[in-house]
Design a protein around this ligand. Sequence first.
Ligand code: C5P
Length: 403
Amino acid sequence: MSDLSNKHIVLGLSGGIACYKAAELCRSLIKAGASVQVVMTEAAAQFITPVTLQALSNRPVYVSQWDGREPNNMAHINLSRNADAIVVAPASADFMAKLLHGRTDDLLSLMCLARPMERVPLVLAPAMNREMWQHPATQRNVTQLRADGAHVLDVGQGEQACGETGDGRMLEPEEILEDLVAFFQPKALQGQHVLVTAGPTFEAIDPVRGITNLSSGKMGFAIARAAREAGAEVTLVAGPVHQATPRGVRRVDVRSALDMQAAVTQYVDQATVFVATAAVADWRLASVATQKIKKYGSGQLPQMQFTENPDILASVAKSERAQNGALFCVGFAAESHDLLAHATAKRARKGVPLLVGNIGPATFGLDDNALLLVDAQGSQELPHASKLSLARQLVAEIARRRS
Ligand code: C5P
């Protein structure tokens, strides 16, 4: 299932240089499974032609409220009634000012005002010069538009087409897409603070070498994203991995198990849910060489002494807040066989209410997985699916147990 399948999006463009990015956004929405109806202001049509958007959306583009193609001549009604959302990207300073006052002198603003508010949400992706964005008038308008029920996305930061640098760029199309996908997810964890560990740890041998494992961090990152989509505040403590940070998630990068434990200790007091997906190294070197261990062709092998790493999950699960139910702990178990028996035993050993088992070698580094949820009542399979889809199902299960 694509993230936006069965969704019909009215994509509105108001005038601004970011219109060129709206073409990419249109394409991304369609690739994500949505159908897209484009509506442009005349100013937008100065920046990019309706022909481009028509070709990308595979539908005629509307610019004018006087467009005679609609038999009843009411494009603003006809095009908005079956929309799952109206997304205005870019939303210019002028267009937002107009929306604020309920003005309707072009088709797009007319449609925004005429939409059935209770079932057609309005999402705005602002785009403008940094001075325009910072201006009290724009900030006042954004605050009021939010109060009026519009969902105003963040702006990007960086170099602007005008040559200046600052806040006000439109988000990149893939960022808007991620925010929109999140917007449609049920807000089952609203008000919760979820702390997630993900990825491997790296235990140093000397300044250039170390011991690590093949965990990609994908499952943990998917859980962080799904929890954020569900409305939670999310802190993600990540070992060394090459994964993009999910939008809206606070990421804390760590290297060793001891670093990970320190970061978890720092953030766990604010958390209401702790999900430990990290593949924490069981052992570390008892002492790390301060200089690179040289070979010198002597044939002599280095001597290494190991010591056990702390079990982060087990110690958090023993804390008072976990014991009295203020903090809900979820552990993971990567096994190669006898998943149910091992996961059940691990749940007891770690002292957590919910343990999620998966077959490690079948999922390491891949985008898919299958999960087995084990709790005091028994077990439940989440069949083979993408890690993001499984993460959303797991988040729903956690939310059910928290409520
Ligand atoms: O003991 P094992 O490594 O199989 O347990 C896996 C679970 O415990 C995972 O949830 C993992 O993140 C967590 N864990 C931990 N600290 C460790 C070892 C495992 O938090 N040192």
